[in-house]
Design a protein around this ligand. Structure first.
Ligand SMILES: C[S@@+](CC[C@H](N)C(=O)[O-])C[C@H]1O[C@@H](n2cnc3c(N)ncnc32)[C@H](O)[C@@H]1O
Length: 243
């Protein structure tokens, strides 16, 4: 009964008490800072002006909103009405107006014109989806030639597996890939891999949510230098360019 009432309340208000809002969470803001550092440095190297950008599985906009603030026209897509409602409020507070679309990527991607985006982001989404190869193909199809992609995958070290694979980890479905497999999959899909960056390499030693702002700044610098050494992180961010 309580579950039904919660569902009705969510449908009416698009709100859910206790929803994990990645835009507001200090730890998630830290990871967003890492993602954005790498994404912005590739954009700076590879692009000359604003990019028509898709954030697939945008949740509450922790990446979409800062990139919209950088001047890119952003479309954020997510299945969750609650996430998009919160994203809209955060965007309004930040003074930007991305386009928000409530849709399932599995059905939405094939309906969009091929080559309709200059850049595509999809972070911390594909590793939970059994149809991840199909979604990846759909994302790449939407990129124009020369377009950029920034897509993260879970690494084997997180899944406590030695090689690429998929299956249940602690009861939930995950897939995970090794650097070399990711490189091959993207190259075979027509993407020139520019860089594969580990995100959160020091995860087993420090939780960024639990430290002070000054400590987070230090940790950020450590993470950036560790990423330069090409190690393994909790996620691997593939930065690529469509041929
Ligand atoms: C862990 S969050 C990542 C959010 C965002 N990409 C980021 O890095 O801040 C995953 C988001 O993907 C969305 N999602 C998962 N599968 C999806 C699908 N098939 N279509 C659209 N959104 C999806 C979820 O609703 C959730 O908001």
């Amino acid at each position: 009964m309580l579950k039904v009432l919660r569902k009705i309340r969510r449908a009416i208000t698009h709100d859910e008490p206790g929803y994990y809002d990645m835009y507001l969470n200090k730890g998630e803001q830290f990871f967003a800072r890492l993602y954005l550092h790498h994404i912005r440095s590739v954009i700076k190297q590879e692009a000359t002006g604003p990019l028509k950008l898709l954030d697939a599985g945008c949740q509450t906009g922790r990446l979409a909103i800062p990139l919209a603030k950088d001047g890119h026209p952003v479309t954020g897509v997510d299945t969750s009405a609650v996430a998009l409602h919160k994203a809209q409020n955060h965007a309004r507070d930040a003074g930007v107006t991305p386009r928000w679309v409530r849709a399932n990527l599995g059905s939405w991607l094939p309906k969009q014109p091929a080559g309709s985006f200059d850049a595509v982001l999809c972070n911390e989404v594909l590793y939970l989806r059994e149809n991840w190869r199909e979604l990846l193909g759909g994302l790449i199809r939407l990129l124009k030639a020369g377009g950029l992609c920034f897509i993260s995958h879970r690494s084997p070290s997180f899944a406590r597996a030695e090689k690429s694979g998929e299956g249940k980890v602690d009861g939930s479905y995950y897939n995970w890939q090794e650097r070399e497999d990711l490189r091959r999959i993207y190259e075979e899909s027509g993407i020139r891999v520019l860089n594969i960056v580990p995100i959160w390499q020091l995860s087993h030693t420090v939780n960024p949510e639990k430290v002070t702002e000054a400590q987070r700044d230090l940790l950020f610098q450590e993470e950036i230098s560790a990423a330069a050494a090409n190690g393994d992180g909790r996620y691997l961010l593939v930065c690529g360019k469509k041929r």
